[in-house]
Design a protein around this ligand. Structure first.
Ligand code: LP5
Ligand code: MN
Length: 232
């Protein structure tokens, strides 16, 4: 979703969903990049507080909400989880339902052709880097995040789109390591259902859509099949 005050349409669709259709679900899984940029759980930004309150209300209404960290909000922590009454999930996460097994991930870790991103990722996911970053004043962190977002947009213009996609071999290995479970991820903004054949076992890989100002999309599981469902 990449929620931010800069995308009011996406925010409205998400809040409408949380207050409406989502209430029919037992569980909700958000696979990273819920926020455009997360600079730490101590952020007092009113927009973020509004989203936290909406998650909290949905949770109080009985939905079990699980959130993975994406590359935009890898700093989500326990204070956020407590305030929003959500559960932070590891990435990857194996979701074993009675009818089917799914493996859930943001997806960025499998984009192994993008070496520059992977070395950046390694750096910012290290506890040492995170402790040092979180010790800086909020205003400074906010400015760094804005700067990094601009840089990332520029970097991406110079990168080939296949380089930024999941690496096929890495993905097949990942599927193998997770017992050939149906794989669901986001990050690439290239919604599709891919068919992998790993060890002669057919495995589906569902790529989530990114949300636009006038259209969102969720993936629903009813115990029998997965369906893409548009939200407006
Ligand atoms: O996010 P998106 O879609 O633009 O691109 C991603 C990869 N980029 C990122 C960076 C995020 O956008 C930044 C989010 C900031 C959130 C706040 C966190 C706390 C702030 C930290 C401040 C230091 O994830 C992009 C991938 C793309 O996905 C596709 O997979 O290609 O990767 C990059 O752009 C990384 C560059 O290739 C390499 C970066 C070199 C690091 C530069 C050092 C800058 C030091 C920081 C100074 C501001
Ligand atoms: Mn992402």
């Amino acid at each position: 979703m990449h929620l931010s005050p800069g995308s009011p349409g996406v925010t409205r669709i998400f809040l409408d969903y949380l207050g409406g259709l989502a209430r029919q679900a037992q569980s909700l899984y958000i696979l990273g990049d819920l926020f455009e940029a997360w600079i730490g759980d101590d952020d007092d930004d009113s927009f973020h507080q509004k989203i936290i309150a909406a998650l909290n209300a949905a949770s109080a209404a009985g939905i079990s909400i699980h959130i993975q960290r994406g590359n935009r909000d890898f700093l989500l922590g326990s204070r956020f989880a407590a305030a929003s009454a959500t559960k932070l999930l590891p990435d990857p996460f194996l979701l074993s339902l009675p009818e089917k097994k799914f493996v859930l991930s943001h997806g960025d870790a499998l984009c192994t052709d993008d070496k520059e991103y992977q070395s950046f990722r390694l750096q910012v996911r290290s506890p040492t880097w995170q402790t040092a970053f979180l010790a800086r004043p909020l205003a400074e962190r906010r400015a760094l995040a804005t700067q990094l977002r601009q840089q990332s947009t520029q970097y991406k213009q110079q990168k080939d789109s296949t380089l930024m996609d999941l690496n096929r071999q890495t993905t097949d290995d990942f599927i193998r390591q997770h017992g050939h479970a149906t794989f669901i991820h986001g990050h690439t903004h290239q919604p599709a259902t891919h068919h992998h054949l790993v060890d002669n076992i057919p495995v589906e890989r569902w790529v989530l859509a990114d949300w636009q100002e006038d259209r969102g999309e969720i993936l629903g599981w009813d115990g029998i099949s997965l369906q893409r469902q548009a939200l407006i």
